[in-house]
Design a binder for this molecule. Sequence first.
Ligand code: A2P
Length: 346
Amino acid sequence: MPGAGKWRVAVVGATGAVGRVLLELLAQRAFPVRRVTALASARSAGRCLPWGAGEVTVQHLEDFDFREADLALFSAGAAVSREYAPRAAACDCVVIDNTSCFRGDPDVPLVVPEVNPETLAAYARRGIIANPNCSTIQMVVVLKPLHDAAGLERINVCTYQAVSGAGTRALGELEAQSRAVLEGKPVQAEVLPARIAFNALPHIDRFEDNGYTREEMKMVHETRRLLALEELRINPTAVRVPIFHGHSEAVHIETCRKLSASEARELLARAPGIRLLDEPRAGGYPTAAGEAQGSDAVYVGRIREDISHPRGLDFWVVSDNLRKGAALNSIQIAELLISKYLKPKT
Ligand code: A2P
């Protein structure tokens, strides 16, 4: 219950798409909060946001003294994290960062609690923990038990990513463009790189020199790090689709030992954080707007043996990108941190 616990928690980017879910989940999961501070830019200072049964007033990040917090959950973009996360850590306020800023830093653990909880112990090196990219999180939760059982050799993945992953302004753009198309009016793209309404964009984040996008390369680097498989071969294509919430992924893996579809189903049925919905009938598979949106689980369906490869397995993974892909994973890290490692400052 908000107010009954020991921990002073700051949410940086509280007015944003992920920030709002962070506040919602802190209250919903009864995180033992003594005080929550909602931080954002000067634009939002003074606004009220829902917090538990009441409200919290947004403060300007620049004015906040991080000595007043034990934990800070950052989700205000990499530039804000680059500047403020080290400042917070220097005030003995442990940062869980939901941006890409520190994910490649070997002194910052990159953590998915179902996958590599032991790496959290290294948080003390910089006082910062990195939350992986949304598409990576939901994929590795499923890959981990399969890798433990059969060894991963290669991954091919295509994503179908919701617009909420690009933030609140992008959600507004999808809505406005959809209305414009239906009303036969001209469509403008200002936030996303091209028209998203009734379309699919194979372009998330900037292009890299190798022809992949940065979003795709995040999946490569972060999956390798989370599974401690530096040489793992991963071939992603990341696509933005006109869905408000919930990322879907078509994943094709090749394993060292052949894994049958029924063995994979058994492994996944007992793995943490996963829900199986895998029946060959209409509705017998998970979808973003159906099962994933608003749910904590990573859903898996369409599990089948790849007819083109003797050790290939295909499946479909769906999860709420703002929850397990972002806010929920951050809060699970915070829960692990306070249960195993951290003491409140006062
Ligand atoms: P604000 O609402 O004041 O702009 P989203 O991912 O939905 O676009 O949200 C981004 C979040 O990051 C918002 O809470 C936004 O606050 C916050 N933010 C963006 N830039 C800054 C900044 N320079 N300082 C503090 N918060 C920022």
